[in-house]
Design a protein around this ligand. Structure first.
Ligand SMILES: C[S@@+](CC[C@H](N)C(=O)[O-])C[C@H]1O[C@@H](n2cnc3c(N)ncnc32)[C@H](O)[C@@H]1O
Length: 208
């Protein structure tokens, strides 16, 4: 039997890659508004878990059920908080987090040109229709995936989280030619401690 020649690779075991993803600065959550198919909700929660979400949520769901399909190997609901908010007005966000609506709207920012907030809460719309006007009004940003027509909601969520991973995560650079990386991931340098100059006694603004 012919075996493929061993080529030097910079690929790391999956667990190390996962740890690196987890070390991405900031955090994110992902959820959906008005979802009606339990399988789509299950797929979205599972996707969020796989990409390292801090929690998942559902706003004004049309169903209370979550279906993970035949096997939920990740046991997402046991390992990740899942919140239900009855309406858009009830939606709570962590302090400092930005709400990012994912919707195919004309004036939305194209995903490849979007800078993901370090603290982000992503919300997607239901299978029919889209994000409500109330939800769009609450969002800090609206982002669209440049597709010719709408795609499945959990697939849209996966693309957004993958884009976050490759734009904020640290990976070895892509080579010029096709194939795997030829350069190692540059080592991460922790910045030196920053010390602010203490103003002279006479310059201090006592009112602060
Ligand atoms: C199946 S789509 C909604 C149906 C769609 N409005 C229609 O009637 O064709 C469900 C959700 O997936 C997300 N979605 C799907 N395709 C998208 C895209 N190209 N860009 C941004 N979001 C998308 C949005 O959050 C949307 O509300």
């Amino acid at each position: 039997m012919r075996t493929l020649p061993r080529v030097p690779t910079t690929r790391k075991p999956r667990s190390i890659e996962a740890i690196r993803c987890a070390r991405m600065k900031g955090y994110f959550a992902i959820g959906v508004e008005g979802i009606s198919k339990p399988a789509n909700l299950g797929a979205l929660i599972r996707t969020g878990h796989a990409f390292g979400a801090s929690y998942t949520f559902s706003v004004a769901p049309a169903t209370d059920a979550v279906d993970f399909g035949s096997s939920d190997t990740s046991e997402a609901t046991k390992n990740l908080p899942f919140y239900r908010f009855p309406s858009v007005a009830d939606l709570l966000l962590p302090q400092g987090a930005r709400l990012v609506g994912i919707e195919l709207l004309d004036d939305a920012i194209a995903l490849p040109s979007f800078r993901h907030p370090r603290q982000a809460v992503y919300v997607l719309g239901p299978e029919r229709g889209g994000l409500s006007d109330a939800m769009v009004a609450r969002c800090d940003h609206i982002v669209q995936i440049p597709t010719r027509f709408s795609i499945n909601v959990s697939l849209a969520g996966a693309l957004v989280l993958y884009d976050r991973l490759i734009s904020l995560g640290r990976f070895a650079p892509r080579p010029v030619r096709s194939g795997g990386p030829t350069e190692e991931l540059p080592p991460h340098f922790h910045g030196a401690a920053k010390f602010r100059a203490v103003p002279a006694e006479a310059d201090r603004d006592e009112s602060r």
